[in-house]
Design a protein around this ligand. Sequence first.
Ligand code: HEC
Length: 287
Amino acid sequence: MMPRLFQGIRAAAGRRRAMPGGRLSRLAAGGLLGALLGAALLAPLPPGALAADEHSHETPRPPHAGLSFQRMFGSFDRAAAQRGLQVYREVCSNCHSLRLLSYRNLRQIGLSDAEVRAVAAAVQVQDGPNDEGAMFERPGRPSDRFRSPFPNEQAARAANNGALPPDLSLIVKAREDGANYVHALLTGYADPPAGVTLQQGMNYNTFFPGHQIAMAPPLTAAGQVQFPNMPDASVDQMARDVTTFLAWAAEPELEARRAMGVRIVIFLCILAGLAYAVKRKVWADAH
Ligand code: HEC
């Protein structure tokens, strides 16, 4: 009985003696890790790091498009988004689907209920089966998803020289520097430089990785899409507007997110002031 008790006491003492050393070494390790992390964060990037990546595929960075929502607290320019919807409907929707969007979502960019119904009713969607078991076509409703131009991927490829026009719902988020890239892509068609031969059915584009893109220039002439108050809109204007529309489609919650951010920062400022006042009050006698 006694020896076992002594053993226990000796073991506990040993543990206690071992503690400060353990804590010290843990502290030292933590400090070292922190210092390393700090150094990694603070060290400026080697100047060649980004440039080297750019050169590896020789695609220039898209220029800044300067769109309404790209400013720090910017929102989507409703008029631009509506014009962009028109560009999508008249041009892009011949090849690209927009599967994640429903017609009723268009209320968010300022369309009235009647306008939403009209946009939806302009397309025929497949529905069914009916009582006879057959599928049938009917005009679209606000609750329908945007109609896809092709029934399946194979049909889309067959109509586009083997290339698949990607769904545009999330394209602005799916590409690096998305909004600037889409705008640059749409305005970046050019004649191939001397010495570059294009494969059959391909087009030269300055901003597409590899420069050979299967999409023929979709926007080619000023006034190609007739906006109500802008009869001679330039290609750049149409590209900017459709980019605004696609950016909204990819992130419709952007405005709410930004508004929430501002509210949280204001709240945290008030909380910090309050905490400081309480601290002064509580410690007033101790000083
Ligand atoms: C005639 C059919 C056609 C039309 C019209 C068209 N596209 Fe395309 N698009 C394609 C095809 C095909 C590809 C795939 C290109 C490739 O992978 O080489 C593509 C690719 C794209 C891409 C992806 C590029 C990438 O980085 O992969 C974007 C963005 C795009 N189109 C936007 C648009 C917009 C915006 C419009 C309307 C202004 C439009 N397209 C009109 C056929 C079309």
